[in-house]
Design a protein around this ligand. Sequence first.
Ligand code: PLP
Length: 391
Amino acid sequence: MVNQNAYQLGANRSCIRDLFEYGRQRAAIVGEENVYDYSLGNPSIPSPPQVDEAVRQILLDTPTLQVHGYTSAVGDLATQQAIADDLNQRYNAGCRAEDFFIGCGAAPELVAVFRALAVPEGELLAIAPYFPEYKPFAEEAGLIFKVVPPDVPEFQIKLDAVEAMLTPNTQAVLVNSPNNPSGVVYTRQTLRALAELLTRKSEEYGHPIYIISDEPYRELAYGVEVPFVPTIYPHTIVCYSYSKSLSLPGERIGYVYVPQAAADSREIYAAVAGAARSAGHVCAPSLWQKVIARCAQLRPDLDAYDRNRRALYEGLTEMGYEMAKPDGAFYLFIKAPGGDANAFSEKAKKRDLLLVPGDGFGCPGYFRICYCVSYDMIQRSLPVFRALLND
Ligand code: PLP
């Protein structure tokens, strides 16, 4: 006998993975250059050269046993300190080394935070459109997962809908900015209004409602501010990842930050560490912790993404496609012509153009494009987008 929830999750690939695998099969038949695969968010710019250089240096100047040994369960102090110093320099955030739990990327960090906040009847509010994995993460952790409807067409946050969905059981509101899949960056004004609402409702209910800020795309913004949420709302728990910012998704490294100013900060921190422990997820990769200790201040060179973003946004808008302004991450979230994103995506698939329908993101009627692809592929795909409009 097997656990049915686990079985269903393992046996059924996500729609994104399905499309990606389909693209690989088609490429083998029609040729790589004839498939326009916008399915998967795998970074397409290399890590900054200092990252590889740091790996080389660490291997040269650190005893092998130290490079590959267990670190402290919550992470190396040097790594925690380097991250705290970087955030303090950028945001004057008052971070301390001991506020950081070094984790294996945003996914397991979110799981740990959800488990840490999962009290009986506890509810988690996600804002549509949202990263599809949130739902299984939250439900497996024991939280009731609720979705706030999207704020179309800007994809900021519908505050009246948030307010209507808050209850005395709400443990946290989950935000993700820059956003996957919309590419939208929540403005300071939006976040301030959310903070005011949560402050008021926390007082009314007599317990804090946390913001969980999922920030793998924090450094991927094109000329707009990405506010650091804990400086706007102290009861914020940050899940950060170097998967996208330093193009290291295969290395599994990131952190949870529980600000000192958050309500019950040390209890939350201990519960995150405990939740990670009971999930068997402690001691993030030692080599990569050492790399981050040396590279926490590095930022990606976004020129290639920005060029792709502009080519698609301008090209598609001019054809008549509608989308919110994509100021961050590497996604566009586009209104499906005709209104049915599944039908449109199927039609596109017949032309080997792979687009992810928005249903899984809690937002039917839209499809997602992931533009961490070659500029050349974008240029070749534009006529296909045009042809689809004329179909
Ligand atoms: N959160 C969002 C919004 C994401 O898009 C992703 C990955 O694509 C993750 C979390 C998981 O990131 P990681 O690779 O750090 O586990």
